[in-house]
Design a protein around this ligand. Structure first.
Ligand SMILES: NC(=O)c1ccc[n+]([C@@H]2O[C@H](COP(=O)([O-])OP(=O)(O)OC[C@H]3O[C@@H](n4cnc5c(N)ncnc54)[C@H](O)[C@@H]3O)[C@@H](O)[C@H]2O)c1
Length: 394
């Protein structure tokens, strides 16, 4: 399918997905605008951690991008929770599509204490409200693509649909939003965002794709493999997600640590699939005035299966054995549960998974081994310390 180049704004362009997405969209011919306030860089450092791959300052990043893709990214530095900042960008560039990735994205961070819970609530919810008002006032035709999470649904004992479901209750039928039952303050902010987006759509007929994304893993995309313009990669207990963290544990000779029984199941997808899906979502937009929900993941796996797969791939690559050690679950979550979410809509739009799990884990481990020294310095921040029930108050 050929798509005319579009003016695309990525809020959160300096992040794990944002930087990879910018490269994917540039390779498709789109014009990229980006915004960020380097929140993640700062907060990751505060817990004594850092991206495993060294990430250049934004100026050098943009120069590298220009050199490889022969395209400028116009960059806006600022906070999307500041309405004036969002309005200014919209006035300046009138984007045709905007991705909103610029939120506090760590569940453990949001559970550290009252300060972090409030920061997450306010920053995330306000930024989405700013965006829908700026769209309504300045650019009502813009397509908003907002990153939510599969974690919004929780783990109900019934199949999970994509956003809405038909229900018959006491003899009457309706189509209603699928119930949300999140498991951290962070995940609840995404639920609140979804409600607010749905309401903004009802009020002003804005065109919105609300993406329920699974956990993303991987170090490279097709574009990054060619450009070597790496995106950040977090592996600590606060900012690193399961599979990425397990791979780092194997490489640093730490035990791989499923939380609790490890039977928890979640939807996962590679970074390459994430940026492919997000590109498809933009190039195949919803109808005018539609609020669309997409469940964005490739497969669901149990935490134990992922731990064992990392162990096997690490052994195949290095001949060494990584231990698996179950640890007390820092989270409050069901460890044995039913899980069967739909993920059909993106397939209907043309998404096909690009690789397989084992190859992707191999690539992660190889990339991590290239940065062994830096990774060694982060070893002390990988094991879980943030316990949901110990969240501190004033
Ligand atoms: N990585 C995953 O596994 C995953 C899974 C599901 C959903 N998501 C969602 O996808 C989005 C992107 O995730 P990511 O992994 O790339 O996160 P990230 O933290 O690496 O990237 C987010 C970027 O947004 C910026 N940012 C945050 N708050 C900001 C603000 N108020 N103003 C301006 N910039 C701000 C950060 O500095 C960072 O560069 C997030 O909304 C996250 O919740 C991520």
């Amino acid at each position: 399918m050929t798509v005319m180049p579009m003016r695309v704004l990525i809020l959160g362009i300096d992040g794990y997905i944002g930087w990879a997405l910018a490269q994917k969209l540039a390779s498709q011919g789109h014009d990229i605008y980006g915004a960020d306030n380097f929140y993640t860089r700062r907060r990751v450092k505060e817990v004594g951690s850092d991206s495993v791959f060294p990430i250049p300052r934004i100026g050098a990043r943009l120069q590298g991008f220009k050199k490889f893709y022969d395209k400028d990214i116009r960059f806006f530095r600022g906070n999307v929770a500041d309405p004036k900042f969002v309005y200014k960008i919209f006035e300046d560039i009138k984007p045709e599509a905007v991705y909103h990735l610029a939120e506090q994205r760590s569940a453990p961070y949001s559970m550290m204490g009252l300060k972090q819970a409030n920061e997450t609530m306010i920053g995330n919810i306000v930024s989405t409200i700013n965006l829908v008002y700026a769209a309504k006032d300045l650019n009502p035709d813009v397509h908003i693509i907002k990153l939510g999470t599969m974690g919004e649904y929780g783990t109900p004992n019934i199949d999970i649909t994509e956003g809405f479901f038909e229900i018959e209750f006491r003899g009457r039928k309706d189509t209603l939003p699928f119930p949300r039952n999140a498991g951290s303050w962070y995940h609840w902010t995404k639920v609140h965002d979804s409600n607010n987006l749905m309401f903004a759509n009802r009020l002003w007929k804005l065109k919105i794709t609300d993406v329920m994304q699974g956990v993303v893993y991987g170090t490279e995309t097709n574009e990054i493999t060619r450009s070597h313009l790496y995106t950040r990669f977090d592996i600590d207990e606060v900012w690193g997600t399961a599979l990425n963290r397990f791979s780092a544990q194997a490489v640093t000779s730490l035990p791989i640590t499923p939380y609790g029984k490890g039977n928890q199941k979640r939807g996962f997808l590679s970074l390459d699939d994430s940026v492919n899906c997000l590109t498809i979502a933009m190039e195949r937009p919803p109808k005018e005035g539609e609020y669309r929900v997409l469940n964005q993941f490739d497969q669901y796996y149990s935490v134990n299966f992922l731990a064992e797969t990392v162990q096997e791939v690490y052994r195949e690559l290095t001949g060494k054995n990584a231990q698996i050690q179950h640890v007390d679950n820092p989270r409050v979550e069901a460890e044995n549960h039913y899980y069967n979410p739909d993920h059909k809509k993106l397939y209907d739009l043309g998404y096909r998974p690009s690789g397989n799990l084992r190859d992707e884990i191999k690539k992660i481990i190889e990339d991590l081994m290239k940065h062994r020294e830096r990774l060694g310095k982060l070893k002390k921040v990988i094991m879980p310390k943030t316990f949901w029930r110990e969240s501190s108050g004033l």
